[in-house]
Design a protein around this ligand. Structure first.
Ligand SMILES: [Zn+2]
Length: 235
């Protein structure tokens, strides 16, 4: 647990928005989606989960029509400068999560080893975002306690190397889920499914990812997401 830290002090930063075209929404309508990062103050320093939308190629720019909030501008609201950041965690390395990494030469970037290997194989994210000058990775193979009370937990699904962050504050744990789920509602459905047997339901039952059990074991008081402003809280 992080002494003195409170859940409300984990701050959400709006890092940009993009328009998901009808071809990807399944509704026949475009959908505006937000990109959020999260700032954690810890006795060891400042941790940032995800760094926003990177510059894509012309085709990607035209497809998603992104509007970016410069990372420094997003941090201004918290009185923080880029140089103040002590560690960056990327939930995964798609271009909408690691866009600000080139601004952070020398700042350790935490991701799962398999995620970096996937990104370096190409055709995954934009190469200038993967190994910009000064990039310094801190790689994990599975779960780890990055700093006391700050855990990275693999949550494969959206991509195989996806990870989430759990921050254990004095008033409970907050899960920075990243894109383990696109929405709080999707998390809610999986959290309920994970407890179906305990609630007395017999099969057949919906299956939740096996790692839901691990995240729920932290007894989260709040779960927040990379692309949804909605928040999950337990009953
Ligand atoms: Zn994303």
């Amino acid at each position: 647990m992080i002494r003195g830290a409170r859940i409300d002090e984990v701050r959400r930063l709006l890092l940009g928005t993009f328009v998901r075209p009808p071809e990807e929404t399944g509704t026949g309508q475009p959908r505006l989606e937000a990109v959020y990062g999260y700032l954690v103050r810890h006795p060891r320093g400042l941790l940032l989960l995800d760094t926003g939308l990177g510059e894509g190629d012309d085709e990607t720019e035209a497809w998603y029509r992104p509007r970016r909030v410069p990372l420094q501008q997003a941090l201004d609201g918290q009185g923080v400068s880029l140089a103040d950041l002590d560690v960056v965690v990327n939930c995964h390395l798609h271009f909408d999560h690691c866009g600000g990494n080139p601004l952070l030469a020398g700042t350790p970037v935490v991701c799962q080893r398999r995620e970096l290997e996937t990104a370096r194989r190409g055709d995954y994210t934009f190469e200038h975002l993967v190994d910009p000058p000064g990039a310094t990775y801190e790689l994990f193979d599975g779960e780890a306690e990055l700093w006391p009370g700050v855990h990275v937990v693999p949550t494969p699904g959206h991509v195989a190397g996806h990870q989430s962050v759990v921050v254990r504050c004095e008033d409970g744990s907050v899960v920075l889920a990243g894109q383990s789920h696109d929405t709080a509602s999707a998390w809610s459905a999986d959290a309920l499914a994970a407890s179906a047997t305990a609630l007395g339901h017999g099969g057949p039952l919906p299956e939740a990812p096996v790692w839901m059990t691990r995240l729920l074991a932290f007894d989260p008081r709040r779960v927040v997401f990379a692309h949804d402003a909605a928040v999950w809280e337990p009953t």
